[in-house]
Write a protein that binds this ligand. Structure first.
Ligand SMILES: [Zn+2]
Length: 317
């Protein structure tokens, strides 16, 4: 039994909107289309927090469905929209993360526990496949904050009564703990100069999964890449200087201990003024569209198109 039903006139107004009547999960910059919504104080606070810490893995919890949904929520043909989804270069990791959560929730893993809802195979879905949206936190975190985020819909009822909380805890406890442990997936390390000083803002990525806004080391020269077991070519680049490539094999069953440590040592000294304290990030414009106009000029083979998207009326992520 839901305390406020979806048909109630107060359903939206008293729930997901802030005092200024903005939907905060449509308020973030979007990588695929312009978002003209004025940035709200709550959104700005989250953005500042993301800049001040090195977040690796996160989730946002919702009600109104039972599914673990992974990026992207918005897209362009190059991310797969013509095939009905919009996936990241890290899609294998995201499917694994979502399944790590859903498979340990006895109701979510059935995929069809909620009546009058979509049947989600294994209790997971690509966000765009479910329904496209712009300005969500999930895509923002992945693209601009180097933080892998998924959306957890943990209740068929959007506003369940408090007496159901023990049941929610029991159904989600193992999922939450297992999900948090995944922060140890893949590899991590530091990038140093010849004097063993850490190099901030070096780009460190796996060669086959470049991010549209490259992932960079933090002010301690640290990087973290969530990757499944397998072999990768890791590219560490100090912009304007040089690149080091390393072949890395991540063994099975790493996630229960710690990520594999892989450091990079550059044979030169970084300038003192390079030692900035904030991580460089990309401008918060629709990067996929911006990238298209640049690549046209550079005669790149990348061609990006703009696709209008429609928001489903059945559920609001
Ligand atoms: Zn939701």
């Amino acid at each position: 039994m839901c305390s406020i039903t979806q048909g109630s006139p107060y359903y939206i107004f008293f729930s997901r909107f802030n005092k200024n009547e903005y939907d905060l999960n449509r308020n973030f910059p979007d990588a695929f289309e312009n978002n003209s919504e004025a940035i709200q104080p709550e959104t700005q606070a989250v953005k500042n927090w993301l800049k001040s810490e090195t977040f690796i893995l996160s989730a946002n919890l919702h009600g109104g469905a039972l599914v673990a949904s992974y990026p992207f929520d918005n897209g362009v043909p190059e991310t797969g929209t013509k095939r009905g989804h919009s996936i990241t270069p890290d899609n294998d990791v995201f499917e694994y993360l979502a399944y790590t959560y859903s498979s340990r929730n006895p109701e979510m893993r059935t995929g069809n526990f909620c009546k009058n809802s979509v049947n989600f195979r294994n209790g997971i879905t690509n966000g765009y496949t479910w329904y496209p949206l712009k300005g969500g936190m999930q895509d923002y975190n992945y693209i601009w904050a180097q933080c892998f985020e998924i959306t957890l819909e943990v209740s068929c009822c959007k506003y369940p009564p408090a007496e159901n909380l023990p049941n929610f805890w029991n159904n989600n406890r193992d999922s939450l703990i297992s999900y948090m442990k995944q922060v140890h997936l893949g590899i991590k390390g530091q990038v140093f100069d010849v004097n063993k000083n850490p190099i901030p803002n070096a780009i460190v990525e796996s060669n086959d999964r470049n991010h549209i806004c490259p992932y960079r080391t933090n002010r301690f020269g640290e990087y973290y890449l969530l990757l499944l077991p397998g072999s990768y070519t890791i590219n560490a680049t100090v912009p304007g200087r040089t690149t080091i490539l390393k072949q890395v094999t991540i063994p099975e069953n790493m996630q229960n201990s710690s990520a594999l440590r892989v450091d990079f040592h550059f044979p030169f000294q970084v300038k003192s003024n390079y030692n900035v304290t904030t991580r460089v990030s990309c401008s918060e414009v629709p990067l996929y569209l911006y990238f298209r106009s640049h690549s046209d000029r550079l005669k790149s083979h990348f061609i990006f198109f703009f696709l209008l998207t429609f928001v489903s009326i059945f559920h609001i992520k």
